[in-house]
Design a protein around this ligand. Structure first.
Ligand SMILES: O=C(O)CCC(=O)C(=O)O
Ligand SMILES: [Fe+2]
Length: 366
């Protein structure tokens, strides 16, 4: 039983070989390995003329469709190759916004957080009309204006936490829960009211900001009152706690994304499937208690953590977790995805492949 039918788009000449499909595993195969596999299939004189083989055979980028090749490379998980192609593209054409955007994404996939955000910033300056770059940079600026970068001091005075170790070992493999509330009930109520008011006047809660595992949320940076509160809390209360618990410098913590999430038992989203976050560190802040069920579920702990209003739960972004279903009421939290700036180290990093995440089939939220 054929699995695919090839349909020619023009009449084939009598002497012409009918089209066929051959599958050669290419992701990590070198040009020579691929050529050998194709010769074995099609005969000793076969030479592949696809864009990738031509590009690699030339050993250079002149005239190659670098952005398309980079997209393919990213799908294969060849992030260093994609990064090199996109760097070549943006140095040849400094105003190619799509290439800058994709460069940031490739760097992010290699967990080069600072370099990714730098690429988006540089791209937004050089391609000022690129909508996505513009949006990304406005977001970055919102969280930096008076936010975490201003966090003074270190871990002194950080709120104490209850610590749950996760499998895998290492100081970062843990979930911490604040022992006392970091936020008053009144602050939490105001945050929820601000998000609800924003959703009411701006066409509702967003449900598709993350491609994998989306939440029903309102981005913190789009609500001025929430942003002021969150930035102030990051600098004064959250960053010192994270610095103390995860051995990072408070002033190096950066916000990649932050959003106020709404779960509802009666229609809408009642839970969040298991996933890892697009972050180095993540946190949730509990904003209300008018619900049953709920909490942040951790696969390693085999249970949910659901502290009272105003408490914070923080964990490494790679920890497998989800939002436990609520069975009644509405649950609100703030969730934030953070990374740690590597200002000087980043500039000296070789282009080589670092520990990579595959871009497809991932459970990471994006
Ligand atoms: O609902 C929760 O506590 C978890 C939320 C979460 O994991 C996320 O927004 O990425
Ligand atoms: Fe998450």
């Amino acid at each position: 039983m054929p699995r695919a039918r090839l349909v020619p788009l023009r009449p084939l000449a009598a002497a012409e070989e009918p089209p066929s499909l051959a599958w050669v595993p290419t992701a990590n195969a070198s040009l020579e390995e691929r050529a050998a596999a194709l010769r074995a299939r099609f005969g000793a004189s076969f030479a592949c003329a696809c864009e990738r083989c031509s590009y690699e055979a030339r050993g250079g980028s002149v005239g190659a469709p670098l952005v398309a090749l980079a997209r393919d490379a990213m799908e294969d998980g060849r992030l260093a190759a994609a990064t090199a192609m996109l760097r070549a593209r943006v140095s040849a054409c400094r105003t190619d916004g799509d290439a800058w955007m994709l460069l940031g994404t490739a760097l992010l996939g290699s967990e080069r957080w600072t370099a990714a955000h730098e690429a988006w910033r540089a791209g937004a300056e050089l391609a000022p009309h690129h909508a996505l770059l513009g949006r990304q940079c406005r977001k970055d600026r919102s969280y930096r204006a008076d936010g975490v970068a201003a966090a003074a001091g270190g871990a002194e005075g950080a709120a104490p936490c209850e610590v749950h170790a996760l499998a895998g070992g290492g100081p970062a493999c843990k979930v911490v829960v604040s022992r006392s509330p970091l936020f008053s009930a009144a602050e939490c109520e105001r945050a929820v009211a601000a998000a609800e008011a924003h959703a009411a006047k701006s066409g509702g809660w967003t449900t598709s900001r993350h491609r994998a595992v989306p939440t029903t949320d309102v981005p913190v940076h789009e609500v001025p009152e929430l942003l002021r509160w969150f930035n102030h809390a990051m600098a004064g209360r959250i960053a010192p706690l994270l610095a103390a618990q995860f051995r990072v410098a408070a002033a190096d913590i950066r916000v990649h994304d932050a959003f106020l999430v709404r779960y509802s038992a009666s229609g809408g989203q009642a839970h969040l499937p298991l996933h890892t976050d697009e972050s180095v560190l993540s946190l949730t802040v509990v904003l209300n208690d008018e619900f049953e069920g709920g909490g942040t579920f951790f696969a390693d702990l085999r249970r949910s953590l659901s502290p009272p209003v105003g408490h914070l739960v923080a964990f490494h972004g790679r920890a497998l977790h989800g939002g436990e279903p609520i069975v009644s009421g509405v649950r609100y939290i703030v969730a934030a995805f953070l990374y740690v700036a590597e200002l000087n180290k980043e500039q000296h990093k070789p282009n080589g492949e670092r520990k990579q995440r595959k871009m497809d089939g991932r459970t990471a939220r994006r």
